[in-house]
Design a binder for this molecule. Structure first.
Ligand code: PEP
Ligand code: MG
Length: 327
């Protein structure tokens, strides 16, 4: 099977009825970048910049960040990399910021990700400058985690705009193009998408946190791991509604949570309108095989049927259907 997936590296990621599905990888370390070549993925849909911070004993200074981002872009060559700004706090505490984050009763709901970055403007400015300088002469894709309201996106983008202005006054070479995006992982953001969408170039649905927040269920609690299914009407209807809300906007919509790397879940996502997945590298082969043996129009019809009259057996029903289709 492994050999079969490897051989598929150069095959197109397209359904039996000709619908392309973009497959990208999630990454966070320099070593992860080699997976672009081995899997044939189209780019990095989620680069978790906090990894560099998590494996470092001290806060990585701006120059060190910049060198790292440049290495990552060099390794990606012509393929795009979406850098997510720091997503620390919650389950990803930094030893050297510990005093500030470990006092919380509900860290997942606490001072983390973009919230922390916006309050630590120095930290975010340094990261913005490192990213902008690293992408000199190329395209920079920046994504903000845990955006809860459109104005948080504005505030984060303003920090980047400030750094661009500063660097252009210094006559530094800037990126050719900067694309901004937001993660949709806090359910509240879905209610203000009409305000956010005109401001952004891409939206990435983070199903790990989104599931945690939709079901009010800690993603790290093993006793809850089996209770709520990604293939539940609540999650699938929610994502379907988000995809519909993006109609008519020039915004790429992707799923970058672990859900997208599971075959049946990815199939369901395709059926509700998702055409971009950013997944763990090991999943690219199996997911591409699934895509190539699926009819897009059939899975759309099937998901409509399953979501219009949902039962608690959605997973079983979809499994049976997929087997019947030879997927
Ligand atoms: C997510 O929340 O789904 C996500 C992709 O980000 P992380 O797992 O890093 O929180
Ligand atoms: Mg997340």
């Amino acid at each position: 099977k492994k050999a079969r997936y490897a051989a598929m590296r150069d095959e197109a990621s397209v359904t039996k009825d000709g619908v392309p599905v973009t497959l990208m990888i999630n990454a966070g370390l320099r070593d992860d970048m080699s997976a672009l070549a081995t899997t044939g993925a189209e780019g990095v849909g989620l680069f978790r910049t906090e990894f560099q911070f998590l494996i470092s004993a001290t806060l990585p200074q701006r120059e060190r960040q910049q060198r790292f981002y440049r290495d990552v872009l060099d390794a990606a060559g012509d393929k795009p990399v979406i850098f997510r700004t720091l997503d620390i706090g919650g389950d990803k505490a930094l030893p050297y910021l510990k005093d500030e984050t470990n006092e919380e009763e509900n860290p997942a709901l606490g001072w983390r990700a973009l919230r922390l970055s916006l309050d630590h403007a120095g930290l975010m400015k340094a990261q913005a400058r490192a990213l902008i300088e690293a992408a000199a002469g190329r395209t920079l894709n920046v994504m903000f985690p845990m955006v809860s309201e459109p104005w948080e996106f504005d505030a984060a983008k303003a920090i980047f705009d400030g750094q661009i202005e500063f660097l252009s006054r210094q006559k530094k070479v800037l990126p050719n193009k900067i694309r901004f995006g937001a993660m949709l992982e806090v359910p509240a953001l879905a209610e203000t998408l009409d305000i956010l969408l005109p401001k952004i170039d891409f939206l990435s649905i983070g199903t790990n946190d989104l599931t945690q927040f939709l079901f009010a269920a800690d993603r790290a609690d093993p006793r809850l791991a089996e209770r709520y299914d990604w293939l539940s009407p609540a999650i699938l209807r929610f994502i379907r509604r988000v995809v519909k809300a993006t109609d008519g906007h020039e915004v790429d919509v992707a799923v970058c949570g672990e859900m997208g790397g599971r075959t049946l879940e990815a199939l369901a996502l395709m059926g509700i309108g998702i055409r971009r997945l950013s997944i763990t590298p090991a999943a690219v082969g199996p997911i591409k095989a699934m895509i190539r043996s699926t009819s897009h129009s059939d899975i759309r019809a099937k998901m409509n049927e399953l979501l219009n009259n949902p039962t608690e057996n959605l997973r079983e029903e979809l499994t049976a259907w997929a087997i019947g289709q030879g997927i």
